[in-house]
Ligand binder design. Structure first.
Ligand code: TYD
Length: 205
């Protein structure tokens, strides 16, 4: 397979759905196969992303309209510094959250999800070749978060069951042709296998 075959895929899902683990395993698969796969995440590791993570942790997020602007500001830097250069270098870009998180989370907080998507597209952010939505029930996802982070887990601003149920519904209602919805109850290796088969097909197109 040629080195100059860029691909841009995104992993989405509620907190605790398993998307970060899956994203990491898929990256490992392609690196082991000798292909240039890069893993990125949002909020990013840049200055805006760090500020956002700190705000989420400390419960000091502003109102949803401001949140939209913050996440988009972070995305603007991330796209310019990381996503576009990687795609231009022909890499497989595996993204842990992108603007669909913006629509689902800030949508669940009351913003119009269609408006959020349009604002992101208006910025000219590249559209992914595929979105993998790891779908899981909110109660089960929270159990996993608490198992991972201890009893204190699942207490940040975005991690409560009613809210995550709304986020899940928002994701499901935006799933269109570009999405592949994955059953988050399956074993990680089974989900990874489905994703790898799909990416191989996309690379072969
Ligand atoms: P998350 O991937 O859960 O980070 P971590 O790996 O540190 O747990 O992302 C942090 C939170 O940010 C998550 O609850 C979803 C939220 N988020 C939004 O609300 N809007 C967005 O546009 C993005 C990218 C993330």
């Amino acid at each position: 397979m040629s080195e100059a075959r860029p691909l841009f895929v995104v992993f989405e899902g509620i907190d605790g759905s398993g998307k970060t683990t899956i994203c990491g395993e898929v990256q490992r698969h392609y690196l082991e196969a000798g292909l240039p796969a890069i893993g990125l995440r949002e909020p990013s590791d840049g200055p805006w992303g760090k500020r956002i993570r700190e705000m989420i942790r400390s419960g000091s997020m502003p109102e949803p309209g401001e949140q939209l602007l913050l996440f988009m500001r972070d995305r603007e830097d991330d796209v310019a510094s990381n996503v576009r250069p990687a795609l231009e270098a022909g890499k497989i870009v595996l993204m842990d959250r992108y603007y669909h998180s913006n629509a689902a989370y800030q949508g669940a907080l009351g913003l119009d999800a269609g408006h959020v998507i349009r604002e992101n597209l208006r910025k000219g952010f590249p559209e992914p070749d595929r979105v993998y939505l790891v779908d899981l029930d909110a109660a089960e996802a929270l159990r996993r978060v608490r198992g991972r982070d201890g009893a204190e887990g699942g207490r940040d601003a975005f991690e409560n069951e009613r809210f995550l149920s709304a986020v899940r519904q928002a994701y499901l209602s935006m799933a269109d042709r570009g999405f592949l919805v994955l059953d988050g109850r399956l074993a990680v290796r089974d989900i990874v296998e489905i994703v790898v088969r799909d990416i191989d097909a996309l690379l072969g197109e």
